[in-house]
Design a binder for this molecule. Structure first.
Ligand code: SAH
Length: 487
């Protein structure tokens, strides 16, 4: 997968400013590991007059399958094979969009610390993608890019085989865009429209995709004539998320119309220049989003600590029954205080319960819920106790959905205040790499009849991943397995 971005300039405004904008030095060849393979950034040309940056994504097809992109397990053998034999590695697609957003993250946000004036300036850009999968063909490419301010939008169908023109065209086009745009705007358009054109439903749509879409679409999506199609395809035709995005866009339009712009706009879309949101808040948001996406109403918060999540759950009436469980009476006491359990009206208090209990033992009170959350809890157990918790939660309580969050130890190098090799909290018995967590979650899912998906929480660093990792387990079989040895 290959994409080039070129610009022209002069001695006064050198084209090599592109290097500042992209935060990538024109003299270097750099490689970044992304979740789907390795992304290389290099500059085939870099002079004052003309500068081209190239992004080449080398996809690891096996990793792609392992990450649960396919749904082959237990399916027909040819479906399983199709996971390996596909066009992912060769075509520009959703994966390129993901790589684009992680490798050129600051550029996408329009940030440039070294030269803060640059991102606001439109500059002559030429973007080329030699093989872009385009369901809907050249015609759709034009409908999508023509309204976005480019002087030239070129989409040439790529023949299936140049030797055999009678075979006709492939579903790829060679895309060229030329015009004077701000780089951030161009990148955001690509971030949204590449997966829209690809229209493959091979990647999981996380609940926070709506936020990502609205952030990336800031300034152009609301007014785009094809925004219904863009949103539906981007969200992989996920009905509920699509409705949510359309409603929020409508809100934006209304806010703009009655002149109450900026403030409400920011509230509705979130800001593209992030105010640093505390990780605990981001974690809570991710959990709430995943619970909503799962349609959960009756929720267990296992290891609820001082009740912050219980409090957030209470604010949404969609959660009809909320049970916080913790082994620590002291934590439960603080939770009760935070929630003002004593002063609570009958209606609210009928929705919430705090229970003391240990997750290392099965507990009949915990059976029959829609979802259970284990937020930053497993790392507080000694590893040999973990199988007992696994059985108590996945084998005995067996909610339809289980969310588990835990620190990603790889990210620790990014905490400036954390000395090398230290865990984040004195009581953490272990902290896992992404691979360790995925391996554990995969095994638990397999053993107890769940499917596991993974969601990064917080700043998803291209090298070391996000600070918090979350697994979303969804029950796929209802028969409880008896795990005699750990029960
Ligand atoms: N879920 C909260 C708190 C995390 S701290 C949050 O995300 O902020 C971990 C919590 O797990 C503590 O409150 C601790 O008392 C609880 N805990 C640790 N081991 C436990 C066990 N075996 N059973 C129940 N709770 C436990």
């Amino acid at each position: 997968m290959f994409l080039t971005i070129s610009t022209t300039g002069s001695a006064e405004h050198p084209a090599t400013d592109l290097g500042f904008l992209l935060h990538k030095h024109p003299g270097k060849v750099q490689a970044f590991s992304t979740s789907h393979g390795t992304a290389h950034v290099f500059y085939p040309e870099a002079t004052d007059a003309r500068c081209t940056a190239a992004l080449l994504l080398e996809v690891d097809p096996v990793a792609l399958v392992r990450r649960g992109q396919g749904k082959g397990r237990g399916g027909a053998p040819d479906a399983a094979l199709a996971q390996y034999v596909n066009d992912r590695p060769y075509a520009a697609s959703s994966l390129l969009a993901v790589a684009l957003s992680s490798v050129f993250r600051s550029a996408l946000k329009g940030r440039c610390t070294a030269r803060p004036e640059l991102p606001d300036q439109a500059r002559p850009l030429r973007i080329e993608i030699p093989a872009l999968p385009a369901r809907g063909g050249a015609d759709l490419v034009h409908r999508l890019f023509d309204p976005l301010g480019w002087d030239l939008v070129q989409a040439e169908p790529v023949p299936l085989d140049e030797q055999f023109p009678q075979w006709g065209d492939s579903r790829y086009v060679r895309l060229v865009l030329e015009g004077g745009l701000r780089l951030a705007d161009a990148l955001r358009q690509l971030y949204v429209l590449l997966p829209v054109l690809d229209d493959a439903k091979h990647y999981w749509v996380a609940p926070d995709e709506v936020d990502k879409l609205l952030r990336a679409g800031d300034g152009w999506l609301a007014a785009h004539p094809e925004n219904g199609l863009i949103i539906a395809r981007y969200l992989a035709r996920h009905k509920r998320l699509t409705r949510d995005a359309l409603e929020r866009l409508e809100l934006l339009r209304l806010a703009e119309a009655d002149g109450s712009e900026v403030e409400e706009l920011d509230n509705a879309v979130g800001e593209i220049e992030e105010k640093p949101v505390p990780l605990a808040v981001q974690r809570r948001e991710a959990i709430l989003a995943a619970l909503r996406a799962a349609g959960a109403a009756r929720v267990l918060d296992l290891g609820c600590g001082q009740g912050q999540l219980v409090q957030a759950l209470l604010k949404d009436v969609a959660f009809t029954e909320i049970v916080g469980v913790d082994v620590s009476m002291r934590a439960l006491g603080m939770a009760a205080k935070r929630l003002r359990l004593e002063q609570m009206g009958e209606r609210q208090s009928s929705r919430v319960q705090l229970l003391q209990g240990s997750l290392a033992y099965t507990d009949k009170r915990l059976a029959g819920y829609d979802a259970a959350v284990l937020s930053e809890v497993i790392e507080h157990l000694d590893l040999p106790r973990l199988p007992a918790l696994e059985y108590a939660v996945f084998g005995s309580a067996r909610p339809r959905t289980v969310l588990v969050t835990t620190p990603n130890v790889e990210y620790n190098v990014r905490w400036e205040t954390l000395p090398a090799g230290h865990v984040r909290h004195g009581d953490h018995r272990f902290e896992w790499t992404r691979t360790e967590f995925r391996t554990w979650a995969g095994e638990v899912a397999e053993r107890y009849g769940y499917a596991a998906e993974f969601v990064p929480v917080g700043d998803d660093d291209p090298e070391v991943g996000p600070p918090t990792q979350m697994a979303v387990f969804t029950q796929i079989s209802t028969d409880t397995k008896k795990e005699g040895e750990v029960a």
